[in-house]
Design a protein around this ligand. Sequence first.
Ligand code: BTN
Length: 325
Amino acid sequence: MPRSSLEKEILKALLVSRDWVSGEELAKRLSLSRVAIWKEMEKLKSRGFPVISSRKGYKLFELPDVFFREYLEAYFSRFSFPVSVFCEDQVDSTNEWAKREALQGAPSWSLFIAESQTRGKGRKGRSWFSLPGKSLTFSLLIRPNLSLWSGFTSLPLVCGLAVSLALEEEGLEPEIKWPNDVLIDGKKVAGILVEGDFEAEVLRYVVIGVGLNVNLLREDFPEDLRLTATSLLEVSLKKHHRLFLLENLLNKLSKYLGHWEREANLASLYPELKKRLATLGKRVKIAVSDKVLEGLAEDIDLDGSLWINSEGERKKISWGELVTS
Ligand code: BTN
């Protein structure tokens, strides 16, 4: 068995059991000697896995918050849907990586994750700040069966809702700022960058990039972000497990992207979304191309557009950037 699959099989056995796994049984199952199993366990320990041993066998004391391919593959093998894992320590941008692999035929539900990005990007050509070990930065490649542009415009909000619901399960109270920032206490905690590739109106693939500020301290942020950005640690005063968060985020994305793909709009997510949309009922200024539109944010459309009332005139805005809200 190649080394990487051996590591994966052993991790899988430990993860699935979450209890003692007998060295003898494992050796039999993998056609190895007990000494070989012991050596593999030592290697896992040197990678940071808290493997403990006793007469009963081996056990994972807790799940480490690290990312590497074999571990994530073993971890996500418990999911009811298959996820293809692409994992590196450092890449330029997980979105760019996902797009390159999409063109090489990577399947739907490919996860691209890296501890650090040398050119992490945000919307409108901005850069995205993250710190290895403290941030969560990943992209999900999906190949939806959808050809309507109007379906695509609602996608950022669907992702914003999925991220918000995952954060609520961590005991937090996030809000969504149209079209897809996630805020806590008015500060940005997560950014989402959705990129799609259309060919003759047919959507070939979508890359959903998520950047989440997880365990960053205030002083970890560059000075120019300290007033506008926050982290889960900063708002809850406790550390959060990035792998558990990732699992929950993927589960939520799977559920809500499923609704979105079936309906090609926000119909069944509408009430949940409206409750969390901080933008509604506020006066907003929105940059659309080279213009700035001003008005009262009145409602959200099923296609994800924002309806504003600008001096008595109702205007529908599909894409834009909130300058103020
Ligand atoms: C924004 O708020 O402007 C969107 C930020 C999106 C950042 C994430 S981090 C993972 C993925 N890779 C990137 O280069 N960007 C997205």
